[in-house]
Design a protein around this ligand. Sequence first.
Ligand code: SF4
Ligand code: SF4
Length: 381
Amino acid sequence: MLATDKMHTTAQHTTAALAEADRLMVVCNSCRYCEGLCAVFPAMEMRRIFRDGDLNYLANLCHGCGACYFDCQFSPPHQFDVNVPRALARVRNDSYQAYAWPGALSGLFARNGLAISLIAAASVAVFILGFVAWHDPSVLLGVHSGPGAFYRLMPHNAMALLFGAVFLYAIVAIVMGAINFWRDLDEPASTLREPRSVWQAIKDAGRLRYLDGGAGGCMNEDDEPTDTRKFYHHATFYGFALCFAATVTGTIYHYAFGWQAPYPLWDLPVVLGTVGGVGLVIGPIGLLAAKQRRADVLVDKTRLGMDVAFLVMLFLTSVTGLALLGLRDTPAMGLLLALHLGVVFALFLTMPYGKFVHGIYRFMALVRYAQESRTHVPTGE
Ligand code: SF4
Ligand code: SF4
């Protein structure tokens, strides 16, 4: 039987998922077979007691590659029943809800798929009705082209005010959640200002270093690693970044130079948005397909709706944006603009209460890991 370290003292936990993660970390800390697979195991080895904050840190450091399940000699049917990827996925998903700001809205994580679907549908409906109410209904189905065409359906100032407000709200809510996470880790704020740790975390996050299970990639329905999840995640992340860059460029064009959208196909906002939009179609489709191939035993099925809702929202944002680009000189433009703006508004509004936050917490966990892996002094226990 595996000897568990007598020096371990079990901390009190607020949920069954945290208690189970604690049990597994104690087993893993005695075994240490997986220490070369990712950052989670070396970070675990720096600890003897796992408080809730430690477990939330380790859970957000985990990329869910699945390698440690297939490599484990204590995974089911062994009586130790060790399943680290699923235990950490449960803790990670619970942590999004625990850190949400304001706390009154944390319930949106519980039935996330349904909540986001309803918000998106309502948002699209309000934009369509708003366009009709604002103008003669014929304007919605008319052909508008040339600079300022979009603003014949919705004035630029109204658009900027509405989207600026919802974006600002999303940023504030996400930052407050991040502060809650960092406080729970009991880590000084100065760690987040350390250039070496931040740069290391940017490199690790930018290439998804810990999604490869120590070598070959993610595990799906069997123990054959593949790299497809990493590729599709890159397409999604960099696609999103390019679309955001397109929006920023368009804003600079408007306010700094007075150049009004829509822009020619060769112009920078359109090129950035098109390339990013293609990434945001390919990436979410690939990740949804990869989700189908994942072994059930690795995933927290209770939060499948949250994962799917976020990917679908990104996909819809991109598809409606590309359709608007392709059909902007036709009578379909008004409806497509309402559809696109409705989806983007719902995406911004729900960002603090969906899978988007995983990127924030994981990046912060990587900063902390970079810092402590450089400065940790072994106790010799
Ligand atoms: S997952 Fe299994 S093999 Fe890996 S460190 Fe834990 S107990 Fe050991
Ligand atoms: S990143 Fe992969 S190997 Fe590391 S704990 Fe998570 S599932 Fe296991």
